[in-house]
Design a protein around this ligand. Structure first.
Ligand SMILES: [Cu+2]
Length: 176
């Protein structure tokens, strides 16, 4: 009810993180130290028409003394989710799956068009610009975050160019 004091808000968040970790069956070793606080800002999904895979972008902030890696992303609105990195190879933009993405201690890492992104595939229903999509993020320190991503229309011309390059990507399961 009352979120007026920062201490109270922090305690609630820690409690939620703990519950999430217990539900997933993490060992007690994960709690030998306080889970490092990862924050997410500017979370958005690039809208594409009718069932095409969409890219999820955000900025990860690591306020802790240790590097923390994003290991998994999932969303109830999509049947399959992967972590991808876009790279230029022989003049063509290609997307490669990555197992984890490390955020440096006291640093940040941006998921953005042309770089790291969450590949959101098999949408379970029609999504439109302005919609909000919940995405769960799991980190190497056991922390879990549920983040609300805003669906946005592709705007800049660079977005469109990259999209053109994405058409030639290997489909999930074929690439490596
Ligand atoms: Cu991708």
């Amino acid at each position: 009810m009352n979120f007026s004091t920062p201490r109270r808000a922090l305690a609630r968040r820690s409690c939620l993180a703990l519950l999430g970790a217990v539900a997933l069956g993490f060992t007690s070793g994960a709690f030998a130290q306080t889970p490092a606080p990862i924050r997410v800002t500017d979370a958005w999904i690039r809208w594409l028409p009718a069932g095409l895979p969409a890219g999820g972008y955000m900025i990860l902030h690591n306020d802790s003394d240790h590097p923390v890696a994003l290991e998994q992303a999932s969303s109830p609105d999509y049947g399959q989710t992967m972590l991808h990195h876009s790279e230029m190879q022989n003049g063509t933009m290609r997307m490669l799956p990555v197992h984890s993405v490390e955020v440096p201690a006291h640093g940040q890492l941006e998921f953005k068009p042309g770089g790291y992104h969450i590949m959101l595939m098999q949408p379970r229903h029609d999504l439109h610009p302005g919609d909000r999509v919940p995405v769960s993020l799991r980190f190497s320190n056991g922390q879990q975050l549920r983040v609300s991503f805003e669906v946005r229309k592709p705007g800049a011309s660079s977005d469109m160019r990259e999209h053109g390059g994405m058409q030639g990507m290997p489909m999930p399961g074929q690439g490596r």
